[in-house]
Design a protein around this ligand. Structure first.
Ligand SMILES: C[S@@+](CC[C@H](N)C(=O)[O-])C[C@H]1O[C@@H](n2cnc3c(N)ncnc32)[C@H](O)[C@@H]1O
Length: 227
């Protein structure tokens, strides 16, 4: 499918799938959305709520849809501020091209650590890479449907394309895979607030909260594996 680079309302770029009229991030602001959904309501929520000492120092995160690497890059920047060791796994079946990567402006807007953003993309797939003292990255070229991890993650960033275009990724089958992959008390966050998505999450055992959404969106969801 044809992809093109567009600029979102906060000045950050994203990729659009023209045929679907679907973006990798919100048109209202790619960086704003990532910060609100995944960092504020995911990473910060997890670090500031009561967790075992072990999971606070060492946190494992699974990203559903590595895409542009924006969520991974922001999480890398936050890990250093929070002094938390993050073991980050990004799953992606269709990696972006070098040309698309060079058109993204996240480094200019977020930090001057150009080398790190590039490194997140340059490192090989299917292997763990130590990026710095606080952040290690494993990229897996895999379909979400084939994930088989068991109780491995504290946090899941669920960032698939919307249910309008990929309804098969917002089903009980997929959320069962996510539920299994989380450790007890693990948390999944997503930008979606659809009723059918919430019900699919609840039916596999998640306790689901509706939270205020990022700019341009009324609500989002956070699901917890309470057991
Ligand atoms: C909304 S975008 C992810 C955006 C990404 N988190 C970022 O920060 O750029 C969804 C991603 O899921 C990938 N994808 C779509 N269907 C998939 C599937 N069945 N398995 C694995 N990856 C898939 C797409 O290639 C795309 O990169």
């Amino acid at each position: 499918m044809k992809r093109k680079i567009i600029t979102t309302a906060d000045g950050s770029k994203t990729i659009q799938i023209e045929e679907w009229d679907e973006q990798y991030h919100s048109k209202h602001g790619a960086i704003q959305e990532a910060n609100h959904v995944f960092i504020k309501h995911g990473l910060y929520h997890f670090c500031h709520s009561e967790r075992s000492e072990e999971s606070l120092v060492n946190l494992s995160i699974l990203e559903i849809g590595f895409g542009t690497g924006l969520n991974a890059f922001i999480t890398y920047l936050e890990a250093e501020k929070l002094k938390v060791n993050i073991n980050y796994v990004g799953v992606e079946a269709y990696p972006i091209s070098a040309e698309e990567l060079s058109a993204l402006n996240y480094v200019d807007l977020l930090s001057k650590e150009n080398d790190v953003f590039k490194k997140l993309h340059d490192v090989s797939w299917e292997a763990e890479h130590i990026i710095n003292k606080y952040f290690s990255l494993t990229k897996r070229k895999q379909f979400f449907e084939d994930i088989q991890d068991i109780e491995k993650y504290n946090l899941i960033y669920f960032d698939a394309f919307g249910a309008r275009v990929q309804p098969e990724l917002w089903t009980e089958t997929i959320f069962k895979i996510m539920f299994k992959a989380l450790k007890p008390k693990g948390v999944l966050v997503t930008y979606s607030a659809k009723g059918s998505v919430r019900r699919a999450m609840q039916s596999v055992g998640f306790i689901v909260e509706r939270l205020e959404g990022p700019p341009g969106k009324r609500e989002m969801l956070r699901a917890c594996k309470k057991m």
